[in-house]
Structures are given as structure tokens and as C-alpha cells.
Design a protein around this ligand. Structure first.
Ligand code: ZN
Length: 437
């Protein structure tokens, strides 16, 4: 039976192949082009696309014989945006349950269905690639594969699967519950000692994870863990980093604690997530090691809003600390001034999916220029993920992942919150373009 299905699949592929060969090239006429790497935009450019990749980017509006034109001559065209820190399977806003109740009341099936819808909303908002840094590994791998094969509409995905951390740490989902309340997937998340770290990283690799997420310090809203302490030992972090790197995987570390941030960078962690309480010494260490900073100012803004309007969503002690984001933005500005490399992340899930682009205005508020803010979610994000050959810029060889805005996002960065056009791999997934007069 399986053989029959497989030969049926092969037949289908053979039948589909000629259509692929005959697919028309696409010439996108971009009125203004921000390509993700150049310091300044260029006007009146043609992006030529064959199948799912960009083959040339040339001045003027040209139309090679037989090519189909996509007229964006009145719009600003940018690379498809990338969010390096999302949680597609979690949604604090459409699922009307406090986080702790979500953990026990929702199954992996519920989470997967949430992830499908979150992914669709994220893509429609112009984010053609995401790095998902928490989710049941088999479910997130299934979604990544379904998107890749075209069966589900969503962004390209790099997934961590279940985050790893110590007993009682930020990713120990049993925190705060009766010890008899347990799920097998919660146990996957707990590593104590280098041996367990090595085994768990290997299991994640086998299960389809692309990146390893660890939780070195506690969080600001989870129960019983301390955001100001390094809760994983150096030996545990080193074991994760060494094993992941051998397997070609990067390591993303949730780490808020001053001192632990620099330590994580020194031990070879590739991306520092949140980095809330970093100081100058942490930034120096990150810069010296070339570690990426994925700050998540938007989640801080949403937490402040939620702490005011729905305080029951957080513990009272957490809610009182979350009210202002100004210190966080000032600290982020210091990281930028110190020359730390910044990649875009939102913590979507704790922020409404599809509103990711609101993070750009906060980056600008913290001191980045609009062009620098855009580059955090294009060329820089692609490099931080390790996918710069495929995504993040409008250059020959990259996937034809494009978005467009009606007005200039360099003049008003919030234009990115109103994306008019989205193309992923040469296919138009959204086009709200006014008809040409
Ligand atoms: Zn997160």
C-alpha cells in the first residue's frame, strides 16, 4: 500500500514538473527599492524572478520577453521581513486563558492549530520568515514541513522545538503546579547536568529542530524562577553549545540577568534573546564574540498594556514591575551605540500575531535609524538565523520574498505596520494595491 502511495506521489510530481518548467518569469517593477543591505534606497528598479528565486536586480523598468509584470512602481519594495523570536503555537490574545491555565488546559493539537492560524497572520503582515523559539517539537516540525511543501500558507520557519533549561527554570512548565501534574513534553524541556544537555540537543536535532533554545535565567512573568540569576551552569551551557554546533545548529538563549548575558556570549551562544538587564560589560562580551542581540521591546510594551488593563494575567509582583518600557529602550539604545549586532524579535504570541511590525517604531525610539531598524529584520535577521544565502535581502540567488508599502518607511517607520503586498517564493500571497489610474 505504501509503495502504491509513493508511486502515486512520484506520478504527481512528474505531471507537475512540465508546468514548473513553463512557469513565466516575473518582473517586479519597484518604484523604490530597499534591498536590505544598501545604505540608501534606489528608484525605479526591476527585480527578475524565476520560479522561487531572484535572478537579477537591475535599474529601470524592464520586461524581458515572456515575463509577467508585477507593477509596484508606486510602492516601496523591501525584502520579506524576518522575526527571530516568535511563538506561533501560543497566543495570549485569541486564547482567553491566563498562561498557566493554557499550559495545562491545551493539548499539543490545540497548540498546533493555533500555530497554523498564527503563521498565516504573520505572513499576511509581511513576515515571510520566522524563527519559532518554543513549541512542542513534533508539532512545530510538522507545521514547518507542511509550509515547505505548500500545503499550509505560512512563513518559512526555523524552529527550536521545546526550549531546554534546568529543573525549576523558565522552561520548566511544571513550575507552580502540583508535582503530580505532568506531561511527557514538559520532561523533554528539563536538563540537569551536561550529559542530559548533550542527549536532549541530539534528540531535538533528530526531531527536526533547527536551533536550540535554552533558558539560562528566569523570566519576568513565569513563576518561581529568577530573571536576575544564571540558573544554568557554565558546564551545561557549554555542553549545549558544543553539541549544537557539531550538529550545525545555532543556540538561542533566553537570558535576562546581568552578567549571565556576557557569560552566555563567552560560552559561544549565538543569539541573546531579551537581554533585559544587560550592562556595558555584557555588551562588550557580546561584541567581542560576535553574538547577536535579539531584544524584544514589543513584548515589553504589550506586557505593560496588559499589566494595566488585565492585571489578573500576571502575578501581582510581576505586573507591578512591567509598567514602564523606557529603561528597556534606553538600555537597548546603549547596546546599539556600543556596536552590538541587533536582529529583530518580538515574542509574538505574548504580542498579537500579525502585529510584529509594531516593533520597528520601538527600535527607532531606542535610537536606531529607520534604515537600521529595517536591516535588523532583513539582512541582519537572516545572518543571525544562519540563512543569509536564502533570505533577508533582494539580491540574485535569494528567495523571491518581497513586501511593499504605499509610502516611504524611511520617513514613517509605521508604514511597515500597513504592508500592502506580500510575495513569498515568487507567489503573491497578498496584494492590496489600488488600481493604477
Ligand atoms: Zn519568547
Amino acid at each position: 500500500m505504501r509503495k502504491l502511495i509513493r508511486s502515486g506521489l512520484i506520478m504527481g510530481l512528474l505531471l507537475a514538473a512540465p508546468a514548473q518548467l513553463w512557469a513565466k518569469d516575473i518582473a517586479v517593477h519597484a518604484g523604490r527599492l530597499i534591498d536590505g543591505v544598501s545604505k540608501a534606497p534606489r528608484s525605479n528598479m526591476t527585480i527578475l524572478i524565476r520560479d522561487d528565486r531572484i535572478i537579477s536586480v537591475t535599474p529601470g523598468f524592464t520586461t524581458p520577453v515572456g515575463a509577467e509584470v508585477v507593477d509596484l512602481s508606486r510602492l516601496t519594495v523591501l525584502p520579506g521581513l524576518i522575526d527571530c523570536h516568535v511563538h506561533l503555537s501560543f497566543d495570549l490574545f485569541t486564547v482567553k486563558l491566563p498562561p498557566q491555565l493554557q499550559i495545562v488546559k491545551r493539548s499539543s493539537y490545540d497548540e498546533l492549530l493555533t500555530a497554523v492560524e498564527s503563521g498565516r497572520r504573520t505572513l499576511m503582515a509581511g513576515f515571510t520568515s520566522v524563527r519559532d523559539v518554543a513549541g512542542y517539537t513534533p508539532a512545530m516540525a510538522a507545521l514547518k514541513n507542511a509550509v515547505k511543501s505548500g500545503g499550509i500558507t505560512g512563513p518559512r520557519m526555523w524552529i527550536s522545538g521545546t526550549p531546554l533549561g534546568p529543573t525549576g527554570g523558565h522552561s520548566d512548565l511544571s513550575n507552580g503546579f502540583d508535582a503530580q501534574v505532568s506531561k511527557a513534553e514538559w520532561r523533554d524541556a528539563v536538563i540537569d547536568g551536561p550529559d542530559e544537555a548533550v542527549k536532549s540537543v541530539r534528540q531535538h536535532h533528530k526531531g527536526g529542530a533547527d536551533v536550540i533554545k535554552i533558558t539560562i535565567s528566569g523570566g519576568t512573568t513565569t513563576e518561581g524562577d529568577n530573571p536576575h540569576a544564571q540558573l544554568m551552569s557554565d558546564a551545561e551551557i557549554q555542553a549545549v553549545v558544543d553539541t549544537a554546533h557539531v550538529l550545525g545548529m545555532k543556540v538561542a538563549a533566553h537570558v535576562q540577568a546581568r552578567g549571565a548575558i556576557g557569560r552566555a556570549a563567552a560560552l559561544g551562544v549565538d543569539t541573546i534573546e531579551h537581554g533585559t538587564f544587560a550592562d556595558a560589560a555584557d555588551y562588550n562580551e557580546m561584541k567581542a564574540k560576535g553574538a547577536w542581540f535579539v531584544p524584544t521591546p514589543l513584548v515589553a510594551k504589550f506586557k505593560a498594556d496588559v499589566a494595566r488593563s488585565r492585571p489578573e494575567m500576571f502575578s501581582a509582583s510581576a505586573a507591578s514591575k512591567l509598567l514602564s518600557i523606557d529603561p528597556l529602550l534606553e538600555n537597548l539604545g546603549r547596546a546599539h551605540k556600543a556596536g552590538v549586532k541587533i536582529a529583530f524579535g518580538t515574542d509574538a504570541g505574548v504580542v498579537p500575531h500579525g502585529q510584529n511590525a509594531q516593533g520597528f517604531a520601538l527600535l527607532v525610539r531606542s535610537g536606531l535609524t529607520p534604515m537600521e531598524a529595517i536591516q535588523t529584520a532583513t539582512a541582519s535577521a537572516a545572518e543571525a538565523i544562519g540563512a543569509a544565502e536564502d533570505i533577508g535581502t533582494i539580491q540574485p540567488g535569494r528567495y523571491a520574498d518581497l513586501v511593499a508599502t504605499a509610502n516611504d518607511p524611511l520617513a514613517d517607520i509605521t508604514e511597515l505596520e500597513r504592508i500592502k503586498f506580500v510575495m513569498k517564493g515568487g507567489s503573491v500571497v497578498r496584494a492590496n494595491i489600488a488600481p493604477q489610474p
